[in-house]
Design a protein around this ligand. Structure first.
Ligand SMILES: [Zn+2]
Length: 612
């Protein structure tokens, strides 16, 4: 039984319901769909139109293309330097979201390095004058106060004990923000190499003798058309006594014409060879997204007012009955919350992944004869921590949670709990129908929004969910859901950051799984050595997040055979290895929505030469 295929199958199957759902507000088509049986055609990505569609191409920096191709390596280096400085200028007005998830490692004799504890950082990057980040979450370190140095170049400080600096993980977004030039670096051509579909020139970079601390040391990959850097791998030279630079592998994606934008950074430290005395061992994934989020507040408020004032779809000329008014009110709150989360970059725009989740929800609804006044919708939170919540009739599941679920049965388990809240009328969030409650800074989202149920509602939802699952097509697939709970239970004490919900209820309390825990009772024994038993997946394997427009899609990766217990890596951080390809209008769903590089691009065009 292949565990990797379920979501692709579900994607295929979803076409059938996608067609049936054309009138979006109509009741659901009453046909159960076996989401494990492939349909006939692949679902079409429905790229939603956006205001500034199509203009991206006309404003791409074409000056480079019109230059004569370089004939010597020296000329190539000049172009690389110019392109990097173009990118720095292009990104300088943007404040993408940056997320770092880190697992400290300990050596397990059977499983190799496994998580010992974890940390989570989420913030906005300011790329204007230097690289800075402002965090959504304040990590409190017990007994150490606020006295730690805040402005280290990167890495971590050793003053009291190892303490991670979130900024350090995003440092390798550029090779050198301020001095990427020949005065500070030696460029040594190494070889040619393909990264995915992209032919690259590979250079080793070393800082010059007197270049100072914190200079990039490592290798860069340059695509051979415009000479943009597409990957950086290395560290920073000459750490001081009290801080330390991580090793990093940083990847960029060609999501808009003319620019490769930083998307992923993998960091890893540690040595588990016999006799090694490592003080620190960790793996961390840093993701950037939300490059195209709107900034500023004046326009945001205008949008808000406009959306609310056009909302009158009542077919009758009558006033709403008290119950109808209550539902309208809930709907308004739901719309407000979803729009606000999307604007903050925390919710992916509606898309294909939602259709997969909705298919599973429909299957549970239909087989349980559930008829709701409005269809249940699903959306994806862009963040990694494992959480779900529902607002009005919309179920929201985090990207990280979808990543680690092994199969459709466990996905059904996750969704059934939230569906139960909706069926039982546990509506939360009606206070958000008041629009003043939507006016806060993106960084304050977690302080201003929350959808946590009381324990009694949680217990009732679990009970109802199990009932519904047993009457659903997933009744025979609950072993895997139970195994997932068991695997989560095994790792929960070490993964408190991954399991810290920021908007919904926690799945665990004090290191013990509480959500849907009864399913574990009937599940088979968890056995790491059983290679065909995949109880949970590593992070990052299912959902791909587009850093430019925040769209999510299902990763199309070939399943790789597991050959030992160490290959399972449940809930673990792994390196990134995206398949690089060039921007193309046809193949990129982002093409229609990627907003144009506006005035900044023009500025960059005008000065293709390095400024220093
Ligand atoms: Zn709940």
């Amino acid at each position: 039984m292949s565990n990797m295929n379920w979501i692709i199958l579900a994607l295929l199957a979803v076409t059938m319901t996608a067609v049936a759902q054309q009138p979006a507000s109509a009741p659901q088509n009453p046909q159960p769909v076996a989401a494990t049986q492939p349909g006939q055609t692949a679902a079409q990505p429905s790229a939603a139109p956006s205001g500034q569609a199509q203009s991206a191409q006309s404003q791409s920096p074409q000056t480079q293309a019109s230059l004569a191709p370089p004939t010597t390596m020296d000329q190539v280096v000049d172009r690389v330097i110019a392109r990097e400085n173009d990118l720095i200028k292009f990104l300088s007005p943007r404040t993408p979201i940056v997320e770092t998830y880190l697992q400290n490692l300990t050596q397990d004799p059977q499983l190799g390095p496994i998580p010992q504890d974890d940390h989570y950082f989420l913030g906005r990057m300011d790329l204007s004058d230097s690289i800075d980040r402002s965090d959504y979450l304040q990590e409190k370190v017990k007994g150490e106060g606020e006295g730690m140095e805040k402005r280290l170049l990167g890495g971590l400080t050793k003053r009291f004990k190892f303490q991670y600096q979130p900024l350090g993980f995003s440092w390798m977004i550029f090779a050198d923000r301020n001095n990427f030039d020949r005065q500070h670096y030696n460029f040594h051509y190494a070889r040619r190499e393909f990264l995915g579909d992209v032919r690259c020139l590979v250079f080793d970079l070393t800082p010059k003798k007197d270049a100072g601390r914190g200079r990039f040391l490592g290798r860069i990959w340059i695509e051979d058309q415009d000479f943009s850097i597409v990957r950086l791998n290395g560290t920073y030279a000459r750490p001081s006594r009290n801080n330390y630079y991580y090793h990093m592998d940083s990847w960029r994606l060609n999501l808009i014409p003319g620019y490769w934008v930083p998307a992923y950074i993998y960091s890893e430290e540690g040595d588990f060879t016999a006799g090694a005395k490592n003080k620190i061992a960790f793996k961390a994934q840093t993701r950037m997204w939300g490059y195209n989020l709107k900034t500023g507040t004046a326009n945001d408020e205008l949008t808000q007012i406009r959306v609310d004032s056009v909302k009158d779809e009542t077919p009758s000329a009558q006033d709403a009955s008290p119950l109808a008014a209550e539902r309208e009110w809930q709907q308004q709150a739901e719309d407000n919350v979803l729009e606000r989360l999307e604007r903050a970059g925390l919710l992916a725009p509606a898309g294909d992944v939602d259709k997969i989740l909705q298919t599973v929800v429909n299957n549970i609804e239909i087989t349980n004869n559930i008829e709701l006044p409005r269809p249940v919708r699903t959306r994806v939170l862009t963040t990694s921590p494992l959480e779900t919540f529902s607002v009005g009739n919309t179920i929201v599941v985090s990207r990280g949670l979808i990543d680690v679920l092994p199969d459709e049965g466990s996905l059904a388990m996750v969704l059934s709990h939230e569906l139960a809240h909706i069926v039982l009328g546990h509506n939360l969030g009606s206070q958000y129908a008041f629009n003043d409650r939507m006016l806060f800074s993106d960084e304050a989202t977690y302080q201003n929004l929350g959808f946590k149920h009381i324990p009694e509602e949680e217990a009732a939802a679990d009970k109802k969910a199990v009932e519904m699952l047993k009457a659903s097509p997933y009744a025979q697939k609950l072993d895997s859901a139970g195994l997932f709970i068991k695997a989560l239970q095994k790792r929960a004490p070490q993964l408190s950051a991954l399991l810290q919900a920021h908007l919904g209820n926690n799945i665990t309390e004090n290191g013990t799984v509480t959500r849907m825990a009864q399913l574990a009772n009937s599940a088979p024994a968890l056995d790491w050595n059983k290679l065909d038993q995949i109880a949970a997946l590593p992070l990052g394997g299912r959902v791909k997040l587009n850093p430019w427009d925040d769209r999510v899609e299902i990763v199309k990766a070939q399943p790789v055979a597991i050959t030992s217990a160490r290959d399972k890596m449940p809930f673990e951080v792994t390196p990134f290895f995206p398949r690089l390809s060039r921007y193309s209008v046809a193949s990129t769903p982002a093409a229609t929505t990627a907003a144009a590089p506006t005035t900044t691009a023009t500025t960059a065009d005008a000065s293709p030469t390095p400024t220093n």
